[in-house]
Design a binder for this molecule. Sequence first.
Ligand SMILES: Cc1cc2nc3c(=O)[nH]c(=O)nc-3n(C[C@H](O)[C@H](O)[C@H](O)COP(=O)(O)OP(=O)(O)OC[C@H]3O[C@@H](n4cnc5c(N)ncnc54)[C@H](O)[C@@H]3O)c2cc1C
Length: 579
Amino acid sequence: AVYQSIDELPLMASAKEAYDFIIVGGGGAGATLAGRLSENPKFSVLLIEAGADNEGREDLMMPSKNLEVQADTSYIWNWWTVPLSGVNNRSIEYKSGHVLGGGTSINGMVYTRGADNDYDLWGKVSKDSKTWSWKGLAPYIKKHEKWVQPPGERNISGQYDPRVHGYKGPVGVSLPWSVPIEFDARALKNAEIQDEFDFNPDPNSGKPIGVTWTQFTIGAGERTSSATSYLGPDVRKRPNLAILVNTYAKRVLPTPGPTLGFRKNIRTVELVRRNGEGPSTTVTAKKEVILTAGAIGSAKLLLDSGIGDKTELEKVGVKSVANIHDVGKGLTDHFTASIMWTANGTDAVINATESLDLWRKERIGPYSEPTGPRHQILWSRIPDNSPVLKDYADPSAGPNSPHFEITLSGGGSSIFSFVVLLTPYSRGSVTINSTDPLAPPLIDLGFLTHPFDRAALIEGIRQTKRFYSGLAWDGYVKEFLGPDPDADPSPEGQEVFWNAIKADVNSFFHPCGTAAISPKGSGVGKGEGVVDSELKVKTVTGLRVADAAVIPYVPTAHTQAAVYTLAERAADLIKEAWK
Ligand SMILES: Cc1cc2nc3c(=O)[nH]c(=O)nc-3n(C[C@H](O)[C@H](O)[C@H](O)COP(=O)(O)OP(=O)(O)OC[C@H]3O[C@@H](n4cnc5c(N)ncnc54)[C@H](O)[C@@H]3O)c2cc1C
């Protein structure tokens, strides 16, 4: 059942130790884990989410509302980054889902898994390639997915590879409703005739490089989130699953009772109403607490609980519970720069009333797909002979991992591309500066602080310029509006270019790496990670982290597919451990 506040949780007194598993954070990973663990009727599961229930909210179901829900402060955390030194000390609004389903309830729905090399790197980092590798994870990559036809008449033959998809999972994935337009045909033609670029029939085969059609987590014209797919009506009826919304987990606490040697047993969670009002209360898991509050939220929760670098925490006044240096360190995210051209297309006009009617009646039409780039994506690498790869060691996980995502979006009088560096060297951090768990985290994304990232971005913009200068665009693409790194090579000209970039750089909101996975038995010092290869927090017992925080390097993709995969894998690890 779903409980709207702590006070509603039945028999609160006896509920205190009633649950085998307490999952903190009902986002991409948390909802997946709650759904999977409660499949076993012998396990009792409590899922705690700070935001509201997703049920019955049309704006969360209608794909075209993506940008609106990302701007709605009832669905996102009110987080801002610290002034970012690499982008002229701008603070960026750091969007993150604050509703059941977390990011998956409000995100752009782009469905990309990334490269096989990305997942193999998790295996190398954790020294457990059997569990954490493209091959090891293959069943879980397919397990979460339910590939479906897009709503409407679009003929998708040749626009995806049926062999690489899952058909039996809960998360609906499809190509969008709209049929290809002239812009798309020219992009394909260009990939055909330009040597540098190729068409790739499916970005999700583990080898994403090329021009690909964009797939979305949209099933039958509606957004699918971890909440709609793993916490559907039948799951909500399970007697062994309690979903507690509007409730904030302040800390995890050491739990009295038997311990494993000197290890502290962390199975208790301190809760308060989301608005911070009313008394705090505690619940204790019989088996484990699993943190899935997201890469920012889980790191913050650990730090607020005294799990992190002892010296830094004591400076803030937080008593150390476990001295693990890397908590909150290693934050990696994708930054975007946007560039534009004028073009000769004709802008399509969407009739709002008709579209709404169509979507409400049949779940088709323009409102059945996201607002924003939704045509194709060019995934590309820095050419091997580029000076950038001579000056810096290649940060990518391997030859199948693209360095760039370049969104291809046009059709009207302008062409717009996000150039996204998928393999940044720059890293940031999540820290706290208060003993109050309700205070916001300090988020430093580290964008553009490494010289590789700046050099690579120029390379990415040049590559996009080459793409749009191909013969297939003759008579269609008009003028490049920049920002253009080649417009003026003088120091003043370069300053103008960089100022334009720095004023615009934003995030794709793919934070990872703040509680990174590491080998079993490894230490707790700098660069040694936070969880072991079974996702257990080092040096304590009873506590795991199982969300984007543990992913050591941000995948060369939008991150929800990796999170679903990770959470599916984690669910089986946990089921196995307690069978
Ligand atoms: C604006 C935006 C657009 C995006 N677009 C895409 C896209 O198009 N494609 C894609 O693949 N990925 C996209 N992503 C990223 C994707 O949504 C995330 O990678 C994914 O949701 C991460 O899953 P998670 O479980 O790690 O964290 P989340 O999904 O963020 O879940 C964490 C949950 O924990 C809750 N929580 C946090 N702290 C507490 C606490 N103390 N107590 C209780 N609950 C707490 C949060 O409210 C949230 O529900 C986007 C993200 C954002 C924010």
